[in-house]
Ligand binder design. Structure first.
Ligand code: 5GP
Length: 215
């Protein structure tokens, strides 16, 4: 029996301050774990470096973003560093219905909204090993100006204060270990009893008509 066609996917929220290594972690896990997809958010911020429309984000202007808010197209949206970011309802739901686990790289505000709407979502916080390491990562990746780096560091302190609202905490000191931890969280979530109800029904049927509720 193939479980892949019987399960609807999990929603996995990944948050953490800029420079905590979320993108590298998420990118590796997407390559290593089967049936996981990334939720491509909409944003009003300009593309950075080699970012491509439809891959890292859907890049839109403020008017288009506001019209998407008006048509209730977002599962959540928030203003981060002066730009708008939003998770597309249709994008996420289509993938989950196809049985994919969907990884959401979103900030703490968005995570709070999704957790209220979807209590079954699994929330993971990525923490850098120290402030100094975070600062040095932000300076060395040199994607941002000095002022932007300062803003991101200030915001990092606020974001980190929310870590207790998350189900799992990954400390990204060594990327390899952090990848293995995130991978384990995703695979472990698939084994939760509630996530396996559909598979269980057909297994129990082979045991002579027991139902999934256990009677
Ligand atoms: P960046 O501009 O560095 O790609 O992302 C800035 C912040 O926005 C990150 O903390 C990222 O997690 C967050 N973010 C990205 N997409 C979304 C989204 O759809 N919703 C929310 N609430 N935050 C997002």
């Amino acid at each position: 029996m193939s479980e892949t066609i019987k399960r609807s996917g999990n929603l996995i929220i990944v948050s953490g301050p800029s420079g905590a290594g979320k993108s590298a972690l998420v990118g590796s896990v997407l390559k290593l774990v089967s049936r996981v997809r990334f939720s491509v958010s909409y944003t009003t911020r300009a593309p950075r470096g080699t970012e491509t429309d439809g891959v890292e984000y859907f890049f839109v202007d403020r008017a288009e973003f506001e019209s998407l808010i008006g048509s209730d197209s977002f599962l959540e949206w928030a203003e981060v560093h002066g730009n708008l970011y939003g998770t597309s309802k249709a994008f996420v739901e289509d993938l989950m219905m196809q049985g994919y686990d969907v990884l959401l790289d979103i900030d703490v505000q968005g995570a709070g909204i999704i957790r209220k709407k979807r209590p079954d979502a699994i929330a993971v916080f990525i923490l850098p090993p120290s402030f100094d390491v975070l600062q040095s990562r932000l300076v060395h990746r040199s994607l941002d100006t000095e002022t932007v780096v300062e803003q991101r560091l200030k915001r990092a302190c606020n974001e980190i204060s929310h870590y207790k609202e998350y189900d799992y905490l990954v400390i990204n000191e060594d990327l390899g270990s952090a990848i293995r931890e995130l991978e384990s969280i995703i695979v472990g979530a698939r084994c939760r009893t509630a996530a396996r109800v559909e598979s269980v029904k057909s297994i129990l049927a082979t045991f002579g008509g027991m139902d999934a509720e256990g009677s």
